[in-house]
Design a protein around this ligand. Structure first.
Ligand code: NAD
Length: 425
């Protein structure tokens, strides 16, 4: 049972769930959370692991591992994406599910937290293999998922295509039409306008809100964005539209620097025409991936991988503001260094909450069978992100702590209320 209390500065090794517990423990102490409630949150509510035998195109059967962890349903049905990647494992899914509980509470959504995934490399699977794998996973999880029970969404390696397959398999098992069983569906199959760009849009709104607190003008600041996928590319585009000069961008194929600002429209067009990759784009000089993180810019947006801002990187970071587009990009050890350097970190559970916020709007539209315009979605999203930002900022000020711990405290207050009001037996 994971009940040992860790200090946030203690080495965390490779466990993402330990990193969650480290932050949870520190926030719980500052806020004064009871041990009983803290212990409930330290242990995910339900963990399901399935084996998925799939007929491959070559006629041979390969067995894949599928996971789903429901961390909490205290505030509503659990919500969280499905990731297809080779490093999907119990620990990662547990950590991401807990973050979803806190993220939904920070965004003030009537949801708990969950996460799922399949250990696979989607880039090596054919379309048919991917469809069979997604449908086999859905059938295995048919009693776990449900529009009022547990609602998946896309995450790394999955998208609208997989969500459409998921709905199809779920509908066949349950003999009906249940679009609200997942979010992130294609527009036209119950998906919401604005969902695709929502996480990047949330990053932009959070950046503007933080710049305002620092009395900085978005038209006079520079930024570096790591990752040029769903989150990073939309964040770079939308920040650029607000006048932010994007001096560095990068993905898994290349990292580029241009002190005069990268032409983001050209980079987007290049990536679109080149399999979503930046390799070969000539809008900047090539630098090392780590150099993007320590570049001489005002704002750093890690929007690719977890655990990239380590102690060594944190020591050399020059940005005044970090907006965490990715989940878990900063290690707890790096957090302590950034705090000493007075770098403001807008944490993942706030900064990338735009995606789940618009997922919630999609689910509401599915329940009503009535669909909103993109402007309506964006207006509601921006108001919701700004309210969440202010709430976290105020809690950080009230408890004299960082925005990360302020975000955890914001979430703990709501989840604690739910646990106490519902009672235990
Ligand atoms: P994605 O698969 O669309 O894009 C990932 C990007 O990261 C790609 O550009 C890829 O090339 C890049 N990348 C991979 N390895 C890299 C490396 N070693 N160095 C630099 N770049 C690298 O994924 P996404 O949906 O944009 O998700 C990115 C992060 O944001 C993840 O942590 C995810 O959990 C988180 N997130 C996503 C959403 C969402 O709505 N998509 C919501 C909340 C959080």
């Amino acid at each position: 049972m994971p009940t040992k209390t860790k200090d946030a500065t203690e080495p965390i090794h490779d466990s993402m769930f330990d990193a969650v517990l480290a932050r949870l423990d520190v926030a719980a102490k500052i806020y004064g959370l009871s041990d009983e409630v803290a212990n409930i949150l330290r242990n995910p509510q339900k963990q399901v692991k399935v084996s998925l035998p799939i007929m491959m195109d070559n006629g041979k059967v390969t067995v894949f591992e599928g996971f789903r962890t429901i961390h909490s349903t205290v505030l509503g049905p659990s919500k969280g994406g499905i990731r297809y990647a080779m490093d999907v494992c119990d620990d990662e899914v547990k950590a991401l599910s807990a973050w979803m509980t806190f993220k939904c509470a920070v965004a003030n959504l009537p949801y708990g937290g969950a996460k799922g995934g399949i250990k696979c490399d989607p880039r090596t699977l054919s379309l048919g293999e991917l469809e069979r794998l997604t449908k086999a996973y859905t059938v295995s999880m048919a009693d776990v998922f449900g529009a009022n029970r547990d609602i998946p969404a896309p995450d790394m390696g999955t998208g609208g295509r997989e969500m459409a397959w998921l709905v199809d398999a779920y509908n066949k098992v349950h003999r009906g039409d249940f679009p609200g069983v997942t979010t992130g569906k294609p527009v036209g199959l119950g998906g919401s306008l604005g969902r695709d760009a929502a996480t990047g849009r949330g990053v932009m709104v959070a950046t503007l809100a933080a710049l305002k607190k620092l009395n900085l003008d978005s038209k006079k600041v520079t930024a570096a964005v790591q990752g040029f996928g769903n989150v990073g590319s939309h964040a770079a585009r939308l920040l650029n539209e607000q006048g932010v000069k994007i001096c560095a961008i990068g993905d898994h194929t290349v990292t580029l620097w241009n002190e005069n600002g990268i032409d983001i429209k050209a980079a987007l067009a290049f990536a679109k025409a080149n399999g979503n990759m930046l390799k070969g784009f000539t809008g900047g000089v090539e630098i090392k991936s780590a150099e993007l993180l320590t570049a001489n810019v005002d704002v750093l947006v890690p929007a690719a991988l977890q655990n990239v801002i380590t102690e060594e990187i944190a020591i050399n970071i020059k940005a005044k503001l970090i907006i965490e587009g990715a989940n878990g990009p900063t290690t707890p050890e790096a957090d302590a260094i950034l705090q000493e350097k007075n770098v403001i970190v807008v944490p993942d559970i706030l900064a990338n909450g735009g995606g789940v916020t618009v997922s919630y709007f999609e689910w509401v539209q599915n329940q009503y069978g009535h669909y909103w315009t993109e402007d309506e979605v964006n207006t509601k999203h921006d108001a919701s992100m700004n309210a969440a930002f202010d709430n976290v900022w105020n809690n950080a000020e009230q408890y004299k702590t960082t925005m990360r711990l302020g975000a955890y405290i914001t979430a703990l207050k709501k989840v604690e209320f739910g646990i106490k009001a519902k009672g235990t037996y």
